[in-house]
Design a protein around this ligand. Structure first.
Ligand code: ADP
Ligand code: MG
Length: 349
């Protein structure tokens, strides 16, 4: 295969297992996000791909050839860290030119490429600027330009927006996607922020405790999280314990504190039920109804967040801001389409 192939990587530091059998691929020109909580092994994996750490087991291949004996500087990969440091005594031009000088390009080609890259990151004409006068967002773009300029065959970005405030992060994430796309850059983007991962990546690899939990396109992962861990990590918090047992009247059902739900044939015993917060409708004709007390309503820009207490269980739902909800304290019936609203996970995960 072409591109990057990560095969069954294991890595421990003393008795701390950082990676326990990680495998996935990155095709050429693909942008893959590595998404997971702090400590799940993301940076360790990047260090192994870059050749800065050796795996205990497993292999990293590029275009079908093992890199196990290829040193870092011969892999042709670029790495940008969260706490990237620009060279403080050089201007923007010289910062961006750094990798090109290392590669021995001639002066004319360096000028062209620096200019081209500064345009790509939205900073045309910034070459002469002192890097100490840049805003946080501008400094980030210069660091990105410095990583992109040598056209690495793979660019790895380790939480590059992590130190910026939320608003700027959202804007830069969107720009970053376009910059990586426009430069047809193959990239691995590491983050613990699912929105950032979803905005930037073609595919997302969700990691948990040194293992891959799920791989898929952003929409696939959001619509069908593969485990309770992924659901919770994405903020899908209506996770209700239940038990699947034969139901006298209606075949198999998952029994929970908020009622019975239709159960698939292939799951037995203790389960966790995900009730999607975005699947509730004010529709008395929907096939499934949940009755409760509307405890709280809060407006969050385009959506309204509502808390419905059903038999003492607080459930969160989101509605478009255009939906009119009754006053808090009212009884409310919400309608659901079970196939769209419910996912059932075996309890072991
Ligand atoms: P992430 O980038 O997802 O936050 P890391 O890859 O940095 O996670 O770390 C994974 C685990 O490995 C953590 O428990 C971390 O403490 C441990 N770890 C990482 N590097 C080292 C090291 N050089 N020595 C000891 N433990 C390490
Ligand atoms: Mg890290």
């Amino acid at each position: 295969m072409t591109g990057l192939n990560i095969q069954n990587i294991h890595k421990a530091f003393g008795d701390k297992i950082a990676l326990a059998g990680v495998s996935f691929q990155v095709a050429q020109r693909e942008i893959v996000a590595l998404l997971g909580p702090s400590g799940c092994g993301k940076s360790t994996l990047l260090a192994i791909i870059a050749g800065l750490e050796k795996p205990d087991q497993g292999d990293v291949e590029w275009d079908g050839t093992s890199l196990s004996h290829v040193p870092t500087h011969r892999r042709g990969f670029g790495l940008m860290f969260q706490d990237f440091a620009l060279f403080p005594h050089r201007n923007v031009f010289e910062n961006v030119a750094f990798g090109l000088r290392m590669a021995g390009l001639d002066e004319r080609r360096i000028r062209e490429r620096v200019q081209e890259t500064l345009e790509l990151v939205g900073l045309p004409g910034f070459g002469e600027r002192d890097v100490n006068t840049l805003s946080g967002g501008e400094a980030q773009r210069v660091a990105l330009a410095r990583s992109l300029a040598p056209q690495p065959r793979l660019l790895m970005l380790d939480e590059p927006l992590g130190s910026l405030d939320r608003g700027l992060r959202e804007r830069l994430a969107f720009d970053l996607r376009h910059i990586l796309r426009d430069s047809r850059q193959t990239a691995i983007y590491v983050t613990h922020d699912q929105e950032e991962a979803f905005v930037i990546a073609d595919r997302v690899v969700v990691m948990n405790a040194g293992q891959v939990e799920q791989i898929g396109a952003p929409q696939e992962i959001y619509r069908k999280p593969g485990s309770v861990f992924v659901a919770r990590f994405l903020g899908l918090d209506n996770l209700i314990p239940g038990v699947i047992a034969p139901n006298a009247t209606a075949g198999r059902a998952a029994h929970t504190a908020i009622g019975d739900f239709p159960a698939p044939d292939n799951i037995q015993g203790e389960v966790t039920i995900l009730l999607r917060p975005d699947a509730a409708r004010l529709d008395p004709n929907a096939p499934m109804q949940l009755q409760g007390v509307l405890e709280e309503v809060s407006f969050r820009g385009g959506v309204v967040q509502a808390t419905l207490a059903v038999n003492g269980v607080a459930l969160q739902f989101q509605f478009p801001a255009t939906v009119s909800l009754p006053e808090p304290g009212s009884r409310l019936s919400l309608g659901f389409e079970p196939a769209e609203a419910i996912q059932i996970f075996p309890r072991h995960n």
